[in-house]
Unconditional design. Structure first.
Length: 150
């Protein structure tokens, strides 16, 4: 079974919303102004993308840790060690301004996809996992790219 459960897909796509909102406020001055007036400066442009990106990489560390609990012996130890990398990456690599932080988040999410693949090939993640993760990673990287490259 490779079909993504509807709830996982819906919640995963909902989780992309802050990245998409940040990109939209970077592309539309009117939307950015509305967001600034209604939500405040922390919730527009790269600020919402970067803070939320740090949260999501940390969350995904927890997801990988959960997968590692299904392993035993050396594979479990490797899984636990690998699972902390996204959170540490987010902590250490998101300073230095919005462009460098956004670039580092892009690399963090791409690296996370490699870790997702490893846990999936070890049989620790659901069969549908990579279908969901490739979709979500693509969307997140595209949204972060707006702040980095435009």
């Amino acid at each position: 079974m490779t079909q993504i459960p509807r709830s996982a897909l819906t919640l995963g796509l909902a989780g992309v919303t802050p990245f998409a909102w940040g990109a939209l406020t970077l592309l539309s001055e009117g939307t950015a102004q509305w967001g600034l007036d209604v939500l405040g400066p922390r919730f527009i442009g790269p600020y919402v993308q970067l803070s939320y990106g740090m949260v999501i990489l940390s969350f995904m560390s927890g997801v990988l840790w959960g997968f590692a609990t299904k392993a035993e012996g050396g594979q479990a130890a490797t899984g636990y060690a690998l699972s902390v990398i996204p959170a540490l990456w987010a902590f250490f690599m998101t300073g230095g301004g919005p462009v460098s932080a956004g670039t580092n988040l892009i690399f963090g999410f791409l690296g996370l996809l490699v870790l997702d693949y490893a846990f999936w090939t070890w049989g620790l993640a659901p069969k549908w996992w990579m279908h969901l993760r490739v979709l979500l990673t693509t969307l997140v990287v595209l949204c972060l790219s707006v702040g980095v490259f435009l």
